[in-house]
Write a protein that binds this ligand. Structure first.
Ligand SMILES: [Zn+2]
Length: 302
């Protein structure tokens, strides 16, 4: 190879190296740029995504706040009216018997004013587990287990699609014709009417020994569970009477809530075994019924 050829080779090599170098630098630059771009795009879309998320979060918060504000949900600081009826029939001079026409007007008021009837089990979950319930929740209860609850109240409750609870005296079942029989309580129990205990003999619990109290609490529970094939966990004390022994005995017998007859809306701090109810009688026109449902201050003070 002569000198001239060597020069040409070197120049060619250098030219190739320079061009190759420039090409690579350009390529790296363009790669960097595109990487930057895609990073930026990703970054932008992340921001967008996060923004959308926060918008959704804000929206969700607003809905929750609006719901709270609109009062669709109340929490366990709130009172619930638990209505206490007895017989649904007419008897002159006996205010414990609410004529069925008046009872229907009461139910119509609940329907027209957007009330939701809840079961005692739902009330228990609200009290015990803070499970929300509709703002206008109401519990309908009947004491003693009169046959007219089946004849007069049950068809009206069915018509309105309302839930209710009957506290029955178990020794009267299938014995006293004025009271519910086992077929009737079975049928109602399957159709939204909860059957719970009112003791065996309408006992004045505060006059019984602890053991006698435990007996009537357990026996009435066991008797109903045998007929209805479901758990019986709630009780209303006859005449609303109880003492310290009662509070221990109901717990030992396996009850989850107990009701007295003391008038007022129900709230947790009354004690789960001494919950108040709203007394409803034949003297209570729709206006008085409304007052008892819409005037919490009146009931809180009782
Ligand atoms: Zn009673």
């Amino acid at each position: 190879m002569n000198k001239k050829s060597l020069k040409i080779l070197i120049v060619s090599l250098m030219t190739f190296i320079i061009f190759f170098g420039i090409y690579n630098i350009k390529k790296i630059k363009s790669l960097r740029t595109s990487n930057n771009l895609s990073y930026n795009e990703n970054y932008k879309s992340n921001i967008k995504y996060e923004n959308e998320n926060s918008i959704e979060k804000v929206k969700a918060n607003k809905i929750t706040k609006d719901r709270q504000f609109a009062g669709d949900i109340i929490y366990n600081t709130s009172y619930v009216p638990v209505l206490m009826y007895h017989s649904i029939d007419y008897e002159k001079g006996n205010e414990l018997r609410v004529p069925k026409e008046l009872f229907k007007k009461h139910m119509q008021y609940l329907k027209d004013n957007g009330y939701t009837t809840i079961t005692i089990n739902e009330l228990y979950k609200f009290i015990n587990d803070n499970k929300p319930i509709p703002r206008k929740s109401v519990v309908i209860t009947f004491d003693d287990g009169y046959k007219d609850n089946y004849i007069n109240a049950y068809p009206i409750l069915k018509e309105f699609g309302f839930k209710a609870t009957i506290f029955v005296i178990t020794s009267n079942i299938d014995k006293d014709k004025r009271c519910l029989n086992s077929d009737e309580i079975k049928e109602m129990s399957k159709n939204g009417i909860d059957i719970e205990s009112h003791t065996v003999n309408h006992d004045k619990l505060n006059e019984l020994s602890y053991n006698k109290q435990l007996q009537t609490l357990k026996n009435s529970k066991g008797f109903l569970e045998g007929i209805l094939n479901k758990k019986v966990e709630y009780i209303a004390y006859p005449y609303g009477l109880y003492n310290v022994d009662t509070l221990n005995a109901v717990k030992t017998a396996g009850y989850k809530l107990a009701f007295v007859t003391k008038s007022g809306w129900c709230i947790k701090n009354q004690g789960i075994y001494t919950l108040h109810r709203v007394y409803i009688s034949a003297n209570h026109t729709v206006n008085e019924f409304k007052r008892r449902l819409t005037n919490p201050e009146y009931y809180k003070s009782k």
